[in-house]
Design a binder for this molecule. Structure first.
Ligand code: PLP
Length: 233
């Protein structure tokens, strides 16, 4: 990694942190309540290693195979989280590789992960991905189907259910994104009350809409392009 690139990473972090700070201030929240995940998908391990060296600690990947190539070679400590749709034939590898799987989007997948985590003797941290924006191009449980998931996740023996994740709809701009975030927050509040579980994590907000997400209660923003630069693929 060239020095100029390293300088870019530092500068990008400062800029993103500044946005998070301002958004928290505007929302009357503390910046310590919002974690910045660096979405490293499509970026080579050398870049992730450089980022880890300057203190970035949480990386998001959307493909198991690509993540595996990085995680198995990484010589630095970091937390890796899966944020992309998980096919059932990759579930076993995902349990082995990821600290947290954010993209739990069906009852079938949840059951499989619970079984695999039990077999592996590894309690698996997860989030429930909800498609509150009802974007047909997106994965995620629809709000009306969340109840059966909640019933299962509340009793699964090897899943540590920590909260919720959503991706704002592609179309509709920031106001539609804000609505999707507000809906996720409301849903989370309802489920917390119903289940008495703390479910503290709300993973929502990306490079283009982190302000809206933080205003609606996000506890983790997933930032790709604003940290690493534009992706080629
Ligand atoms: C790629 C991706 C991101 C990051 O998107 P940017 O717009 O580059 O910040 C966040 N969340 C998910 C689920 C993604 O796939």
């Amino acid at each position: 990694m060239e020095n100029s690139n390293l300088a870019n990473l530092k500068e990008n972090w400062e800029h993103v942190y500044g946005r998070v700070f301002k958004a928290c201030e505007a929302a009357g929240r503390s910046p310590s309540e919002v974690e910045i995940m660096a979405v490293s998908k499509t970026h080579p391990l050398s870049t992730v290693a450089a980022a880890a060296k300057i203190g970035w600690g949480v990386f998001g990947e959307n493909r198991v195979q690509e993540a595996q190539d990085k995680i198995e070679k990484a010589e630095f400590d970091a937390r890796w989280e899966l944020i992309g749709h998980l096919q059932s034939n990759k579930a076993s590898a995902a349990v082995r590789l990821f600290d947290r799987i954010q993209s739990v989007d069906s009852l079938k997948l949840a059951r499989r992960l619970d079984r695999l985590a039990t077999e592996a003797g590894k309690p698996q941290r997860i989030l429930l991905q909800v498609n509150t924006g009802r974007d047909e191009g997106k994965f995620g449980v629809l709000p009306e189907n969340v109840t059966e998931m909640v019933d299962f996740l509340g009793t699964a023996s090897s899943l540590l259910w920590e909260g919720f994740m959503t991706i704002a709809p592609l179309e509709g701009g920031r106001s539609r994104a804000r609505q999707a975030f507000a809906d996720l927050r409301a849903l989370a509040d309802t489920i917390r009350t119903e289940t008495n579980l703390s479910l503290p994590t709300l993973s929502m907000g990306m490079s283009g809409d982190l302000e809206e997400a933080i205003n609606e209660g996000s506890t983790q923003v997933r930032i790709g392009s604003a940290l690493f630069g534009t992706r080629k693929s």
